[in-house]
Design a protein around this ligand. Sequence first.
Ligand SMILES: C[S@@+](CC[C@H](N)C(=O)[O-])C[C@H]1O[C@@H](n2cnc3c(N)ncnc32)[C@H](O)[C@@H]1O
Length: 180
Amino acid sequence: MTNSQIDEKPLKALLDEAYEAFDGSDELQAYMKRHDVESASILTVTNDETASLIAAYLAPLIGGKTVVEIGGGIGLLAFHMGLYAERVYCIEANPIWSSCFIASLLANKPKRVSYLFGSADEFEGQIHGDVALFCTHSGIKSMKATATKFAPVVLDVYGELIASNPDAFNPTARRLRAIA
Ligand SMILES: C[S@@+](CC[C@H](N)C(=O)[O-])C[C@H]1O[C@@H](n2cnc3c(N)ncnc32)[C@H](O)[C@@H]1O
């Protein structure tokens, strides 16, 4: 997948609309509570370039492997990981992000990448990976605990990135992350 394959204009419009309609809404908060989702509904991977860079960084760790991504947002990282991994399962509980995923799905879905809508615990025991990972700055503990149920190796992607190059990240953000 190259940077030009996702048409980012309609995707951005869809995301803006979704944030406008649902961000902080009682309905969404009640849904997340019902489904035991603790992280904030804030995407960190919303464009091809970011997804492509993260996937390239992960390539040596996921090459030829089955990857389970917990809380995959709109699925862009999963698309890009599909370039390296043998298979990618992207699990996302938030129905709003899955609707945004549809925007890029029709034109771009690669084989070997599947998007599973629902809370990860619904798939426990049915999906098994070599590596389970997540990209988030919030709810890290809960995401890690969930990931361990899907694979023997767990990657906290931003934790890894920060550890590999701490100076490239804002010190306050680094400290806050430790308690997120
Ligand atoms: C902070 S967001 C990040 C989304 C995406 N990884 C990104 O970086 O754009 C965390 C996401 O994880 C999802 N999530 C958290 N716990 C989950 C679980 N147990 N099962 C499925 N999705 C989960 C949330 O719905 C949310 O969309």
